[in-house]
Design a protein around this ligand. Structure first.
Ligand code: NDP
Ligand code: 8X3
Length: 254
């Protein structure tokens, strides 16, 4: 790895936004260190880009420690790894799923940030980009476990920005709306039919839309901190208000 090039660490880079961010950040001249649990998928993303690919489970403190120890220099940390598990109401809530979402979406970000902060500071021009969600400031029925975790992440991000004031590390939150990745499939436990209904009749974001925003915030001049970017599909006004076109031949009249 070239010593003079800036180094970006991207978590959850084996699919979705993380995999697409690997492409956009490489294009912007970053050397990449990619992490995720599925090593084969990670290599398929990273090897064509010349990225270092290291197995990482952000919910496991030992895995985080081993990953972060293996990284010598970091200029940009993209805390992207995250998922939703289930869509139960509060009355039906599954505590184990809530715990998993908080471990991944909140404590995973905390662990990675804490471990890499000394190196980000040492770079003299560090940047933490947290991938939040519109679920960080909106709520919807069946979404409480996920929205609570993304609200918590938003609090973490805003606090970090205040705590780092005066130090050479920028802090940004990217908050996308509906985007077609593996997210809905994971949320619904691998049920493809249910996952595809999430995007039915509307045009969602694609991973590259979000990855371009990540690359954009990371390439502003170093005195400029983009606090937050909210990106929604044109077909989505709020988490609950989505414009859906009827399927062709579904019987609707003009
Ligand atoms: P994907 O399911 O496609 O990607 C999730 C990524 O996170 C995968 O690379 C997965 O890799 C990784 N991951 C999951 N668990 C762990 C773990 N324990 N340790 C390390 N990596 C892990 O979904 P998206 O790309 O859509 O999601 C990326 C982020 O964007 C998440 O934070 C999500 O909450 C957020 N988001 C998604 C939206 C959407 O509609 N898609 C909208 C707004 C925000 P692996 O399984 O190999 O570990
Ligand atoms: C994912 C977007 O609206 O499904 O973060 O919560 S939403």
């Amino acid at each position: 790895m070239n010593e003079t090039r800036r180094v970006a660490v991207v978590t959850g880079a084996s699919s979705g936004f993380g995999a697409a961010a690997a492409v956009t950040l490489t294009r912007e001249g970053f050397d990449l260190v990619l992490g995720a649990r599925r090593a084969d998928r990670l290599r398929a993303v990273g090897e064509p880009l010349g990225a270092r690919c290291l197995r990482l489970d952000v919910t496991d403190p030992e895995s985080v420690e081993a990953f972060c120890d293996a990284v010598e220099r970091v200029d940009l940390l993209v805390n992207n790894a995250g998922n939703a598990f289930g869509a139960e109401s509060i009355a039906e809530a599954d505590e184990a799923k809530w715990r998993s979402m908080f471990e991944l979406n909140v404590l995973g970000v905390l662990r990675m940030t804490k471990a890499l902060l000394p190196k980000l500071l040492a770079s003299g021009d560090g940047h933490v980009v947290n991938v939040g969600s519109i679920a960080g400031f909106e709520v919807y029925p069946g979404g409480a476990g996920y929205t609570a975790s993304k609200h918590a992440l938003r609090a973490l991000t805003r606090t970090l920005r205040i705590e780092l004031l005066g130090q050479p590390v920028r802090v940004t939150e990217i908050s996308p709306g509906l985007a077609e990745t593996e997210f809905a499939l994971v949320r619904h436990g691998g049920d493809r039919e249910r996952a595809s209904k999430v995007y039915e009749g509307m045009t969602p974001l694609v991973a590259l839309d979000v990855a371009e925003a990540i690359a954009w915030v990371a390439t502003r001049p170093s005195h400029v901190n983009i606090d937050e970017v909210v990106i929604r599909p044109r077909d989505q006004a709020t988490a609950l208000l989505v414009h859906r076109r009827p399927a062709p031949g579904s019987g609707s009249r003009p």
